[in-house]
Ligand binder design. Sequence first.
Ligand code: NCD
Length: 300
Amino acid sequence: MKHLISMRDISKKDILEILEEAKKMENLINEKKTSDILKGRILANLFFEPSTRTRLSFETAMKRLGGEVINMIDKGSSIEKGESLIDTIRVVSGYSDIIVIRHPNEGAARLASEYSSVPIINAGDGSNQHPTQTLLDLYTIIREVGKIDNIKIAFLGDLKYGRTVHSLVYALSLFKNVKMIFISPKELKLPEEIKEDLKNKNIEFEEKENLDFDDIDVLYVTRIQKERFADMNEYERVKGTYMIKKEHVEGKDFIIMHPLPRVNEIDYEVDNLKNAKYFKQSFYGVPVRMAILKLLLEGR
Ligand code: NCD
């Protein structure tokens, strides 16, 4: 594995290897130990879209393994002078050992990987993919449900533009007997090509518009992706369609995940219920990204 661009590029075996390594990293963090396996290595963060968790957890992960981080910020870089992504990548890959990139255009990370002399990690390309989020989502499911095979998961919210959903649905299709329910307004349904892929693999799924989820193991809630709408009137029509409240959750066993940021999809009163795992999920981003950095950089 040279780059991490899409979940489609990695096998189930690679996924399980990363999840196993992440558990070791989580133990290291919990035991307050440090490591210097990436001492002397430099990670470059190139974020062309807002980020809190992804950027900071990559930075934390690199530092916990003894490495250093450089950041390109949107304002004040030569992008403002009209420098192309390709030129930026050529330059930054000469400064660093690994690049994490988030970009509004689908395919931007793949393009970057064609011009980079160092590994590229896709931290989100438009509505397309967000593979490191998926790996931490899978890790959360393993840690909090205990298994990935044989689970039933409901996805809720913006299934059209949500890249975390697109990546995770694909990854789950590699596991055994995973049942999926897709709940969204009709304007924000899962893209046809992803559904086609599931059908070709004989994976069971249902589509719904109402908050109807029985005997699920995971409720995966997402934000309506305002920045992806071409028509703001359409956004106004669908925003606030769903809000998960205490009454939807109390007495149930499923866990609630959310890649965050939350806008208004989950009521704050849900946060204290045992089902709420979204902050734990964001913590798991650190050990999982430590594992990814180790696997991409060690031995290079
Ligand atoms: C997500 C993203 O950027 O796709 N955020 C994240 O990385 N945790 C989800 C979102 O922005 O809604």
